[in-house]
Design a protein around this ligand. Structure first.
Ligand SMILES: [Zn+2]
Length: 201
């Protein structure tokens, strides 16, 4: 909007462009701080996190820890994925890795600048590394991971000054729903194991 003061535009550019981006691109409008724009941004973040939650529920149904992820570019979802570590017995099949690989395929480039990753659980070191390598703009996560979170909880890979790209991190979007799904899953597993042990006696 032309009536927006220039000073805010300049401030916004300064804060947002913390990575190695050398283009002046970005969808911009829904990330601007303040008033209506900030509310719209929060609403969009929650809307995309709900889509990541739907992916997480598919992992749950297939017996994997429920973590889901989507990649968003220009306000549209270009990739969806969920954790398949148990289902495929592959230590690298975290939701984020699969979502990034699908997004690269879709865009036809390894470089995913102008893309945001939404994931229900804070990314681990492997996934945070992949997010940096793909030059993603932003990572938005739901629940923090006190054991392996690498976006500020245990490690902080996006903020690591030795690396050459620093995605913006947005924690805690729909935190309770994302954490609740995981807690429910592990409670269900414990009950199942207890029942199996009990019936074996
Ligand atoms: Zn991971």
């Amino acid at each position: 909007m032309s009536e927006r003061p220039d000073v805010r535009g300049e401030w916004y550019k300064h804060v947002r462009h913390t990575g190695d981006r050398n283009d002046s691109g970005g969808t911009g409008a829904d990330h601007i701080e303040g008033g209506v724009a900030a509310n719209a941004s929060r609403e969009a973040d929650e809307r995309f996190m709900r889509e990541a939650l739907k992916c997480a529920k598919r992992a749950y149904d297939k017996g994997d820890a429920p973590v889901g992820a989507v990649v968003v570019r220009g306000g549209r979802i270009i990739a969806r994925a969920y954790n398949e570590r148990e289902a495929k017995q592959d230590a690298t099949l975290h939701a984020e890795i699969t979502a990034i690989r699908r997004a690269c395929k879709k865009v036809g480039l390894w470089r995913l600048n102008e893309c945001d990753l939404y994931v229900t659980l804070e990314p681990c070191a492997m996934c945070a590394g992949a997010i940096v390598l793909a030059r993603m703009d932003r990572v938005v996560y739901g629940a923090a991971d006190p054991k392996a979170g690498a976006c500020g909880t245990v490690l902080n890979i996006p903020a690591e000054q030795a690396l050459n790209h620093h995605p913006v991190v947005e924690p805690g979007v729909l935190r309770d729903e994302c954490a609740g799904l995981l807690t429910g899953f592990f409670t269900m597993l414990r009950n199942k194991n207890a029942a199996a042990n009990g019936s074996g006696e």
